[in-house]
Design a binder for this molecule. Structure first.
Ligand code: NAP
Length: 320
């Protein structure tokens, strides 16, 4: 009887999930469309810009340093022949962001990618640093989206449009030493879940990308300041190349995925933390339903291992 039920389950569940998955599947074209990338002068943002330009998009980049923006513009011109528009602005300044967005013209695919990380235990970290991280990563994302949304809603072609937020695996699971960063990146997911409901009627599709450690100038800077325990807990996994993250991100954005993982661990994390997030794919929904219990068990083993490491580390510190 149990075996028969297990055998019948997919036949009952798959049609049900096919009917109830929401939002509906979508494909977001990129050729000849305007892709606006914040933090597009370096790392993942720059790799995304190269990729979008090579697929025939009109690309605009926003970041603070004009020098880095000009270098990015030149490197994209050399690799794809595309002329990129650049805007020097700090995402924390809404008026400047609004002016840049209005000068750039209506956006079809908005990639909110800027981000900073200052790894440190909260007790040792100044509140000015916490505010800096939250202001750039979370409030800065609100500023960019708020500035871009009115013209995105009024776009002439009425084709599907996208707002993609670049979070982090530290935005799916809290990691020692990342209290400010994790809070800002978890916040992006809440923003995205609510925003998707608000913009679906305008054919705008929200994605949240969760990259793992990625070889970028930002990651190199961050690695110098990581607390010892952060390295013990998170440092063992190898980092991805920015180009590979950009490929996964852009593929996910174009297929309208709400949660966009970038590697195998990311897929497992996405299933383990699916919660009440939207899901367009009935097959992914099926996998989420089937694996939920087992991945919770795996997650509990991870937590067991992390807390064991933390206990050992404190014991060692006490002995020395
Ligand atoms: N690399 C990783 O391991 C990793 C992992 C997970 C998630 N992420 C996320 O992926 C995104 C890109 O990271 P990355 O490693 O590629 O970083 P990166 O190499 O440091 O590049 C960051 C970009 O953001 C811009 N930026 C920083 N602060 C800004 C501000 N206040 N206003 C406007 N632009 C600003 C930078 O230009 P300016 O400094 O000139 O402004 C640069 O273009 C971030 O959101 C990061 O949190 C990265």
């Amino acid at each position: 009887m149990v075996i028969l039920s297990l055998f019948l389950l997919p036949f009952l569940l798959l049609p049900l999930l096919y009917i109830i998955r929401r939002p509906r599947p979508v494909n977001i074209p990129i050729k000849n469309r305007h892709v606006f990338i914040t933090g597009g002068s370096s790392g993942i943002g720059l790799a995304l810009a190269h990729r979008a330009a090579s697929q025939g998009a009109r690309v605009s980049l926003l970041a603070r340093s004009l020098k880095k923006l000009e270098e990015a513009k030149e490197s994209i011109r050399l690799s794809s022949g595309s002329d990129v528009s650049i805007f020097s602005a700090d995402v924390r300044d809404y008026d400047v962001v609004q002016k840049a967005v209005s000068d750039a013209g209506p956006i079809d695919l908005l990639v909110v990618n800027q981000g900073v990380v200052v790894p440190q235990e909260l007790e040792k970290q100044g509140l000015d640093e916490v505010k800096f991280v939250v202001d750039v990563n979370l409030m800065g994302s609100f500023n960019v989206i708020k500035a871009a949304l009115p013209s995105m809603k009024q776009r002439m072609d009425r084709l599907p449009a996208s707002i993609a937020l670049i979070s982090s695996q530290a935005g799916q699971v809290g990691i020692y030493g990342y209290t400010a960063y994790s809070a800002s990146k978890f916040g992006l997911r809440g923003l995205a879940e609510a925003l998707q409901q608000e913009v679906i009627a305008d054919n705008i599709h929200v994605s949240v990308v969760f990259p793992p450690d990625t070889d970028t100038p930002g990651f190199e800077r961050e690695s110098e300041f990581r607390p010892e325990l952060t390295n013990i807990l998170a440092g063992s996994s190898s980092s991805m190349k920015a180009e590979n993250v950009a490929k996964k991100a852009l593929d996910g954005i174009q297929s309208g995925r709400f949660i966009v993982p970038c590697n195998f661990d990311g897929h497992m994390l996405a299933i383990a933390t699916a919660g009440l997030s939207p899901q367009r794919s009935f097959l992914m929904a099926f996998i989420e339903v089937m694996l939920a219990g087992v991945l919770r068990l795996v997650a509990l083993f991870f937590q067991w291992n992390w807390y064991r490491c933390i206990e050992h580390w404190h014991e060692k510190k006490k002995d020395t």
